[in-house]
Every structure is written in structure tokens, then in C-alpha cells.
Design a protein around this ligand. Structure first.
Ligand code: ADP
Ligand code: ADP
Length: 227
């Protein structure tokens, strides 16, 4: 479980991006942070894996303040997927996915087998495995981004607008693939989007943020839609 406990982020220029945010992200569920551009979604996400640190309050990972965990150790347990997949341009697709396991000391062959298995599970045509990122469509790159984030089997997955840059048909397919995967894997997922339809479709719970970094509402999708 991830717990935000009165978390505030004030940037150096005084901007308050997240304001006294308290909420829980239950283990094994998808919690979606939704709201307009600038409401503090990305800031909230980046405080979990300590790309930035909170100014006030705590973020607890299974009860442990993330500030007491050194970032490399913390990130070993946290997969991260961003909007433009962010693949290593000079590595083949299979090696993009195998990189983290190899860094963690896995045998190369085992890491490669794991990468191929994951690429298949995210629905990538395996003919793409020996290509380079620039040879794949945006949608295919996002599939690889998801596979790469899952490679070391982290319990937590942070997803920052992962499907926003692909066209609507591909987006729907990626959303469905994520729900299928999650039904098997039961990761603790924080998913950031500005799209309320996507939030309702994917979230077990949806946190609605407002500009200024306030939490406006936190509900399951059915309750959210009924309001
Ligand atoms: P979202 O992901 O919801 O679009 P962000 O977390 O990126 O929102 O940004 C929240 C607020 O913090 C915005 O007003 C943004 O301009 C501001 N902000 C983000 N990063 C910085 C930074 N490094 N320095 C100052 N202000 C920032
Ligand atoms: P999508 O609908 O997923 O966005 P695209 O229309 O971008 O797909 O691409 C369709 C097909 O063309 C994909 O199978 C992709 O692998 C291939 N493709 C796209 N760009 C390149 C490229 N630069 N080199 C080789 N194949 C490419």
C-alpha cells in the first residue's frame, strides 16, 4: 500500500503543485489520479519514486517513509512508464526490456527469455523484438515501455499518461491489455491521466485533483459517475 500523509510539494519558485494530499493507494489495485493539466499529477507520481521529494508530509510504502529508502533501492521495486515510452534508442527492443534484469544481475539468457515472454504478454508482434525503437509505431513503443517497466517484476507500477500520445483505437487496445495483465499480476498501480473516461475505465479508485494540487474527490468509478 502507498500512503500519502499530508503531502505538500512547493517548488523552488514558490509554486505549490500538491497541497496537503492525503490518500491511500491500496495494494493490488489501480488508483487513477485524474485532473486538468497542472493539477499536480506528475508531481505526485514523482514523489513516490523520489525523482523529487515532498516539501511536507510523508509518502509511505507499506508503512515505510520513502525518504528513508535510497532511490536506487526504492526504484528496483517500482516500474515507471511515461508518455513517450522513453526507450533506449540504440538498443534492440528485446534488450530494452532485458536491460533492468541484467543490471540486477540476472543471467543474460534468462533476462532475454523473460523479455520475450513479457513482449508477448503486452501484445507486441514478436517480429519487432530485434528491431530498434524508431522502427516501431507509437503504440508499439508504449507496449514495450509497459513490458520494460514489468521486467524486474516490481510490486508497484507508476504510469504517467502512458497511452495519451497514441491514436484512439490503439489506446483502447492498450487499455484493455493493461486490464488483462493486471487481472493476472495484481500490481499496485498509480495511473495518471487527464482523461476522465480513461480514469473510469481503468481505475478501481479514482482520485480527482484540482489545479492547486487539492484532492477534490476519491471514489470508485461507479460512485464517481453517479455524482
Ligand atoms: P500535471 O501532471 O497535473 O499536469 P504537474 O505536477 O506537472 O501537473 O505540475 C503541477 C504544477 O507545478 C504546475 O503549476 C506546474 O507548472 C508546476 N511545476 C511543475 N514542475 C515544476 C518545477 N520544476 N518548478 C516549478 N513549478 C513546477
Ligand atoms: P500505430 O497504429 O500503432 O500507430 P503506425 O501506423 O505508426 O501504427 O505503424 C504501422 C506499422 O508500421 C507498424 O507495424 C510499425 O512497426 C511500422 N512502422 C512504423 N514506423 C516504422 C519505421 N520507421 N520503420 C519500420 N517500420 C515502421
Amino acid at each position: 500500500m502507498i500512503t500519502f500523509n499530508g503531502v505538500t510539494k512547493r517548488y523552488a519558485d514558490g509554486t505549490v503543485a500538491v497541497d496537503n494530499l492525503s490518500l491511500e493507494v491500496p495494494t493490488g489495485e489501480i488508483t487513477v489520479f485524474v485532473g486538468p493539466s497542472g493539477c499536480g499529477k506528475t508531481t505526485s507520481l514523482r514523489m513516490i519514486n523520489r525523482m523529487i521529494d515532498a516539501s511536507e508530509g510523508q509518502i509511505l510504502l507499506d508503512g515505510v517513509d520513502v525518504k528513508t529508502i535510497d532511490p536506487p533501492t526504492l526504484r528496483r521495486g517500482i516500474g515507471y512508464v511515461i508518455q513517450q515510452a522513453g526507450l533506449f534508442p540504440h538498443r534492440k527492443i528485446v534488450d530494452n526490456v532485458a536491460t533492468v534484469p541484467v543490471l540486477l544481475g540476472w543471467d543474460k539468457k534468462k533476462a532475454r527469455d523473460r523479455a520475450m515472454e513479457l513482449l508477448e504478454r503486452v501484445g507486441l508482434d514478436l517480429k519487432m523484438a530485434d528491431r530498434y525503437p524508431f522502427q516501431l509505431s507509437g503504440g508499439q513503443q508504449q507496449r514495450v515501455g509497459v513490458a520494460r517497466a514489468l521486467a524486474a517484476d516490481p510490486p508497484v507500477l507508476l504510469m504517467d499518461e502512458p497511452f495519451s500520445a497514441v491514436d484512439p483505437i490503439v489506446r483502447t487496445s492498450l487499455q484493455e491489455e493493461l486490464l488483462r495483465l493486471q487481472a493476472e499480476l495484481n500490481k499496485t498501480i498509480v495511473f495518471v491521466t487527464h482523461d476522465i473516461d480513461e480514469a473510469v475505465k481503468l481505475g478501481d479508485r479514482v482520485a480527482v485533483l484540482r489545479v492547486g494540487g487539492h484532492l477534490a474527490q476519491l471514489d470508485d468509478p461507479a460512485t464517481l459517475l453517479a455524482r
